[in-house]
Design a protein around this ligand. Structure first.
Ligand code: SF4
Ligand code: SF4
Length: 367
């Protein structure tokens, strides 16, 4: 431990923070998860080849992890479980992945975004690239930043309103049972495999914007991130600053990818904090900026512990699903082949009117 010379050190003895950073471990976890997603993508490609050839090529089992890319279906499945106690059979892996992510958020805030999410990872790399070019983090002025940040909540609000307030339990079940939901993963595959020019332009624009404004998609548009941000407010573990030992160097502020003014608060209570621990890593003074529980006892949480817990949550929840036979869905390859032939005729109820119609159809059917 060494002393640092600063304005404050004249009066107080300041102990340098010699703790090792956690960013390397975070990068490794993000990279491994991205590789896992690529592997799932390759397996899913072969599964779709099997469908495309009408079963003429070798059969590749559908990778259940692909359900993780169906956040709306997973959210509906989760809500259906809350109402009925039943895990829906169409995309059970999506239900468990969603559950693991929510659990992570309740314990360590929006940690999924900064420790696992492949989109978050790419956004971070693109943001780092942008920072290298511009030599600083660019931030939109407040008058533009705040309204744009509310967009993701509007998207989330629409989704919650549609599912929770507009759909009856029977309509929710009808949607989850529907052929559209059963093959929504295959449809998503073809959305990207035969991507339209408009979609490509939108992705390109988001990519370019992320070079200028760090994590543009995550900050302004991702409804999943918005939901996790809300859950994260309930997390008892927060970044906390000790104003007595803080030397006001502002390094934490500069390091925060979410533009949170860490050096101005005692406790970071923000829907944007993703528990990336960048701020904690750069703080030069020992025991000054830490992840701590706000519950009585205010225990300090070791950085390594965060890495271990988030990985364990993911492994335990998905492992439980596998061991209990709730990972693979119950759709046979013969059913997939049948669906494939006619799946372009399957429509998605998108607007409020269509959700109301779905409720009515179910009512008529049940009479
Ligand atoms: S406050 Fe700290 S942990 Fe939260 S996002 Fe900013 S740098 Fe990461
Ligand atoms: S990094 Fe932040 S919390 Fe740590 S000493 Fe500097 S201003 Fe204070």
């Amino acid at each position: 431990m060494t002393e640092i010379n600063t304005r404050k050190s004249i009066k107080t003895k300041i102990i340098r923070n010699d703790e090792k950073g956690i960013q390397k471990a975070r990068f490794i976890i993000q990279s491994l998860f991205a590789l896992l997603c690529i592997w799932i993508g390759i397996e899913f490609y072969f599964f779709n080849q099997y469908l495309e050839t009408g079963g003429a090529t070798a059969f590749y089992s559908r990778p259940p992890g692909v359900d993780g890319f169906l956040p709306i279906s997973s959210f509906m499945s989760f809500y259906y479980f809350l109402q009925t106690g039943i895990i829906h059979w169409a995309h059970p892996a999506g239900f468990f992945i969603f559950f693991a992510i929510v659990l992570m958020s309740l314990i360590f805030g929006k940690s999924f975004c900064s420790w696992f999410c492949p989109i978050g990872f790419i956004s971070e790399l693109v943001g780092d690239f942008g920072e290298k070019i511009f030599k600083r983090k660019l931030k939109l002025p407040k008058w533009l930043d705040y309204p744009l940040r509310s967009l993701k909540y509007l998207l989330l609000g629409f989704l919650i309103y549609s599912v929770v307030f507009l759909m009856t339990k029977a309509a929710l079940k009808a949607f989850l049972d529907s052929p559209y939901n059963q093959v929504s993963d295959v449809k998503m595959y073809y959305f990207f495999a035969h991507i339209s020019q408009t979609a490509l332009i939108v992705i390109g624009v988001l990519f370019v914007l992320s070079i200028f404004i760090r994590s543009f998609w995550c900050r302004f548009l991702c409804p999943y991130g918005a939901l996790l941000g809300i859950f994260s407010l309930l997390s008892p573990n927060k970044i906390q600053r000790n104003p007595k030992s803080c030397i006001d160097c502002g390094l934490c502020n500069k390091a925060c990818p979410s533009f949170i003014k860490v050096d101005k608060v005692k406790t970071v209570i923000s829907d944007e904090c993703s528990t990336c621990l960048n701020c904690v890593d750069v703080c030069p003074v020992k025991d000054t900026l830490e992840l701590r529980s706000i519950l009585p006892g205010r225990k300090k949480i070791n950085k390594k512990f965060v890495a271990i817990v988030v990985v364990l949550i993911f492994m335990i929840v998905t492992g439980f699903a596998m061991l209990t036979g709730n990972w693979q869905n119950k759709i046979s390859k013969e059913e997939y082949l049948l669906h494939y032939k006619i799946m372009n005729s399957y429509g998605h109820p998108t607007g409020i009117k269509e959700f109301k119609k779905l409720n009515k159809d179910v009512e008529i059917k049940n009479k």
